[in-house]
Design a protein. Structure first.
Length: 254
């Protein structure tokens, strides 16, 4: 059974002092969690101080993105080498990166490859837009995004990956996906990984749901067989809500 994974994406929120306050509260409240791995992804600027603050805690650190090159003339970008000293996880292919910063499926694939090459575990985000959902293209879009994203990985490397199904229409909108739909897409994701890498790989990959997860609906996702955790945006900025979400995944009720 996979250990549940609950990831908080703080996006472009919180100053370093504000992050410190939130981290202190989370550390206290999450200290007893055993069956769930909690990860927070603050802004790049907060990664170094957060790495000190989270040392010897049971909360892991992740980045919200990375660049695929290791070093050089890439103004404003952050190297996987630099990140690998401080974080264990990295979100790749978030819909906000795809939408506002032009991250194509091929760019996402290079970022995933760079993450794994530097022993970072990528949390690969895939998900259809509202328009694509209404046109009945959800599965096709998600499968195509995922197949490209993992196309450079070997069967051994796929074990490091988590896949977050994040329907774009559910992110930050309050329109949460029906648990049955999330379960169905998670099963599709696992089936694709099985077809490409075999059964063992498909069982080991953690599949998350993301999109308007709150302390009120987290338990509905924790019950799902194919869903190993959640990627949380807005509610991860509130220590009480995020703690309740993490606790919903412990113990795993499957
Ligand atoms: C996200 O940022 O990945 C996300 C799911 O945001 P929210 O929880 O706010 O919908």
């Amino acid at each position: 059974m996979n250990k549940s994974l609950v990831v908080g994406n703080w996006k472009m929120n919180l100053t370093v002092p504000e992050s410190t306050v939130l981290i202190e509260k989370l550390k206290k409240e999450l200290v007893k969690l055993k069956a769930v791995e909690v990860v927070i992804c603050p802004s790049y600027l907060d990664i170094y101080p957060a790495s000190k603050e989270l040392a010897e805690s049971n909360v892991a650190l992740g980045a919200q993105d990375l660049f695929y090159e290791e070093e050089g003339a890439y103004t404003g970008e952050v190297s996987p080498i630099a990140l690998s000293h401080f974080v264990k996880y990295v979100i790749v292919g978030h819909s906000e990166r795809r939408m506002h910063f032009g991250d194509t499926d091929k760019v996402v694939a290079r970022k995933v490859e760079a993450a794994v090459a530097h022993e970072l575990s990528p949390v690969i985000c895939v998900g259809e837009s509202l328009h694509e959902k209404e046109d009945g293209l959800g599965k096709v879009v998600v499968m195509s995004q995922l197949e490209t994203a993992i196309s450079h990985l070997t069967a051994a490397e796929i074990a490091e990956v988590a896949v977050a199904y994040e329907p774009v229409w559910a992110i930050g909108t309050g329109h949460v996906c029906k648990p049955a739909e999330a379960e169905n897409m998670a099963a599709n994701i696992r089936a694709l990984i099985k077809a490409l890498y075999g059964e063992k790989a498909s069982e080991g990959v953690r599949v998350l749901y993301g999109g308007s997860v709150t302390d009120e609906n987290a338990a509905d996702f924790a019950k799902l067989k194919q869903v190993d955790g959640v990627l949380v945006g807005g509610a991860s900025l509130d220590h009480e809500k995020f703690t309740k979400i993490a606790k919903a995944f412990e113990p795993k009720k499957k």
